[in-house]
Ligand binder design. Sequence first.
Ligand SMILES: C[S@@+](CC[C@H](N)C(=O)[O-])C[C@H]1O[C@@H](n2cnc3c(N)ncnc32)[C@H](O)[C@@H]1O
Length: 207
Amino acid sequence: MRRIVLMVHRAPVSGAFSLNDLAGGGGRIDEVARAVSTGFLVSNRLRRDTEMVLLFSQSPPPAARAIRLFGERIRYLNPDERSTAALLKNALVRSIPLERDVEASPGLIVGPVDPLEELRRLAAVPGAFWLTESGNPEEPSELPSDTTVILGDADDPNQAERAVLEASGIAKLSLGPVPLRSSQCVDVWQNRLDRRQFSEGQLSAPL
Ligand SMILES: C[S@@+](CC[C@H](N)C(=O)[O-])C[C@H]1O[C@@H](n2cnc3c(N)ncnc32)[C@H](O)[C@@H]1O
């Protein structure tokens, strides 16, 4: 299983943004939608082995929300970022009055979260990496079969998130010398895992 955790900073946790203004009023939800789309969709199929966790922290708990997307079950994910943003918006709106998790659409669970607590928990998962330009450019030769990477959306982690990550002792990994968009990081990471699995005989070449 490939888990990708995105720290979402400016997108309204209530889903109160217009699909015509994803970057501005949406607080760069366009980049979040792009990361989700690229995390799951390849040319002609969906990555069933991927799970994404989006930690929406623009408002503190109890308003903060997490969206978890499970490739095994997800439906209604299309390649365009507007429809993905709509899927996220609908989930956030539906979650406003609820104090528990709900499956807002197949494979998409939304609910209240303490983003820093959740970050602390996820950073402690064995073999997790914090993707950052200042990380180690060499990834270990061995990776666990379940991988976890944590990264920022259009913004780097804020001070509190950075403190949690630093305190966790999580390994820092760089994907290259150039600062990338988070959606590009997701692409590069998925490609690295594809290549690794291919060389280990777990993926076969297309016919
Ligand atoms: C759009 S970047 C944030 C701004 C970026 N640090 C800059 O200086 O322009 C979003 C996130 O992607 C990840 N990231 C970007 N470039 C990376 C790289 N070369 N290696 C590893 N992670 C990277 C980091 O987690 C970063 O917080």
